[in-house]
Design a protein around this ligand. Structure first.
Ligand SMILES: Nc1nc2c(ncn2[C@@H]2O[C@H](COP(=O)(O)OP(=O)(O)O)[C@@H](O)[C@H]2O)c(=O)[nH]1
Ligand SMILES: [Mg+2]
Ligand SMILES: [Zn+2]
Length: 352
């Protein structure tokens, strides 16, 4: 018999829950979300509908995502309704693909993330850094997984490129199971882990190995699917044999950032430290004399790619801030119409 503890419930959460003084509801964890309904663990696995308030009036940030704790009302007849999201300690977010200025939440209440890179043509430190930024914004511990180790005979050159990040790295071959025990070792009992990375890097293959069963279909299966259709893989939270939990995610083609420039600077304190040595406080690091950044780039103490990457992300976040500010300004000007906020956000969770 499972208990809520098996899904990550703790005495501290119980205490926080008690302080909410909610009536007619009990806590449950979302293990899959399908828009207006969710699969939850009470700890029994049941399907629950979102309350009308949540489904129609809440902004998309406030609707339950996989990993969320929710307050659920269950009638004597067994009908379950999610009344609200509670105790969300963090969320893994990004900007939705395309022009819309909207935050998309991939999962909530995550303790540790494995960012997978595959050791073939997928390998990109730049892409990795985008994931790492997003994880730092969410305060989630990151472990790098270099998968498809069987595809290279020059592992050392990949490892060298990752040295500066000072993060744990696991080398794996998900198809034959090597590295899988080491990955499982990072997930403490009661912790929730998530697998992130581009499509095709081996997340679902690794999920199946960690679970010890074929829970997720992998690309192989999908390609031989006789309908030829790309079946949407919903994010789902699985219980690991070792006591933790795991969320597999659909591949992200291009991770668009969601956050602020100051959060970026926390990640790039090496660069910020150098800028503080520029002669002028208002230095733009372009042509100014006494510019410490230009000096560091020239003498090689600041890596050019590392700096370019920082500037690119900073520009992206600066544009995001301008757009969100403008969006909020527009929203405040318009007379509030309930449901408005949500009008165009129903079909958002299929990954891309
Ligand atoms: N050679 C090799 N292939 C792998 C490895 N891990 C996964 N694959 C293959 O890569 C393809 C994509 O894997 P999948 O798990 O679906 O990737 P996902 O999109 O990240 O979930 C499948 O054909 C897997 O069999 C690995 O370590 N080595
Ligand atoms: Mg997959
Ligand atoms: Zn400067």
């Amino acid at each position: 018999m499972s208990t809520l503890t098996d899904f990550g419930w703790t005495p501290a959460k119980q205490l926080a829950w008690d302080q909410l003084e909610l009536s007619d509801v009990r806590p449950a964890r979302v293990i899959a979300d399908f828009g207006t309904s969710v699969k939850i663990a009470t700890p029994h696995i049941i399907t629950a509908e979102l309350s009308g308030k949540l489904a129609h009036y809440a902004s998309r940030d406030e609707t339950p995502k996989v990993g969320d704790w929710v307050a659920v009302n269950i009638t004597d007849g067994g009908a379950a309704t999610v009344e609200s999201v509670v105790l969300r300690s963090n969320e893994i977010a990004r900007k939705v693909a395309g022009k819309q200025v909207l935050k998309q939440i991939a999962a909530a209440n995550v303790d540790i993330a494995f960012v997978l890179l595959s050791l073939d043509n997928d390998f990109s430190v730049e892409r990795l850094k985008r994931f790492l930024y997003q994880l730092s914004v969410s305060n989630v511990k990151a472990v790098i997984v270099l998968n498809k180790a069987d595809k290279t005979d020059d592992l050392a050159s990949y490892l060298t490129q990752l040295n500066e990040l000072k993060l744990p790295i696991v080398v794996s071959t998900a198809t034959d199971g090597s590295g899988v025990t080491e990955i499982a070792g990072w997930i403490k009992s009661g912790d929730t882990a998530i697998l992130l990375g581009s499509s095709g890097v081996g997340k679902s293959t690794l999920t199946n190995k960690l679970l010890g069963r074929e829970a997720q279909s992998t690309n192989d299966v999908r390609e031989s699917d006789s309908t030829g259709k790309h079946t949407t893989v919903h994010r789902e939270l699985f219980q690991l044999p070792g006591g933790g939990m795991l969320i597999d995610t659909p591949g992200i083609r291009e991770l668009q950032l969601w956050g602020t420039e100051s959060e970026l600077d926390i990640n790039y304190d090496d660069i910020v430290d150098i800028t503080q040595q520029c002669k002028y406080k208002s230095c733009r690091h372009t042509t100014e004399e006494g510019c410490a950044i230009r000096q560091a780039l020239a003498d090689g103490s600041l890596d050019k790619k590392h700096y370019a990457n920082y500037l690119k992300m900073k520009a992206e976040l600066s544009i995001l801030t301008v757009k969100t500010t403008e969006r909020d300004r527009q929203a405040n000007k318009r007379p509030q119409r309930y449901g408005d906020k949500n009008a165009s956000s129903r079909s958002y969770d299929s990954g891309d």
